[in-house]
Design a binder for this molecule. Sequence first.
Ligand code: C2E
Ligand code: MG
Ligand code: MG
Ligand code: MG
Length: 288
Amino acid sequence: YKAKRERHSVQRYFPALSEEAAQRLALQQQLRAALQQGSLELHFQPIVSLETGRPSKVEALTRWMLEGQGFISPLRFLPLAEESDLILQLGTWVLQKAVRQLAEWRREFPDLQMSVNVSPRQFAMPDFAALVAETLSRHGVSPEALILEITENALTAEEAFDLYAELQRRGLQLAVDDVGTGYSNLALLCRAPAQLLKIDRSLTEGLCGASGRHSTQALVRALVVLAHERGMQVVAEGVEGTAQVEQLRALGCDAYQGYLASMPLPAGEMTSYLRAGRAANPSSERRN
Ligand code: C2E
Ligand code: MG
Ligand code: MG
Ligand code: MG
């Protein structure tokens, strides 16, 4: 009797579930097609040094424009990609596209670094380190110029520490992304094999907010001390106002990223942005 009742409730619930599943599947197929047709794009957002005021790095962010629907947020399509091997193809495409662009920019801006987001599943690829190395050498880019961003939760998963160590041996830089969003494990964060720590926008926003301002400042100050102790630089994400910049400077942050400096831009517009940044502050470009 009980089994029968359960069967009924399942039947009533099933149509709604399958409709949602069908939608996800359709979007997943459209994403696969977009990847194959080359209709995905990369946009780039500058990371500005608080010391020099100049953009020293850019982060590559994937953009998907779907006809009739405008831009679809990565926060919506990435989880779909992560359900299948699509994330591996997407990740490889991003890597190749970003490194090719980096090679071009470094001819004009020799110190520029490129930051690329990497999904945890990419690290599980057996040949990931080799793929990265091969991509860099094909474009003649030195490994120090590429930063791989990994979210805090993934980076502090100890299983992958060996791979991170190998990537670092090959000269790549690693960044812990979105610090402060997950359940930060400070002990693991301290040992995270990374050169960069990126403080999430939720914390940056709280720096000048109406409530919790002082506790957020204390938290960011502690993260900066911890990072510097471990030889890591600190980047604050999601900076939208000049007051935040002053706060971040006072707290000892090294760099910031956010709409205040620039929205993520297509490559051509980012080239103009980088040229303008150099023109505004030519002294730090002089070598010798
Ligand atoms: P993220 O790596 O933390 O990237 C920063 C996100 O914050 C970007 O969102 C960026 O557009 C947004 N942002 C930057 N400055 C500001 C600001 O001042 N205010 C506000 N409100 N937002 C700002 P986006 O491009 O939508 O990407 C969302 C997330 O999707 C990224 O977060 C990253 O985790 C992921 N993602 C994007 N592209 C890729 C990719 O190619 N591969 C992988 N694995 N993940 C990606
Ligand atoms: Mg990122
Ligand atoms: Mg981030
Ligand atoms: Mg973030």
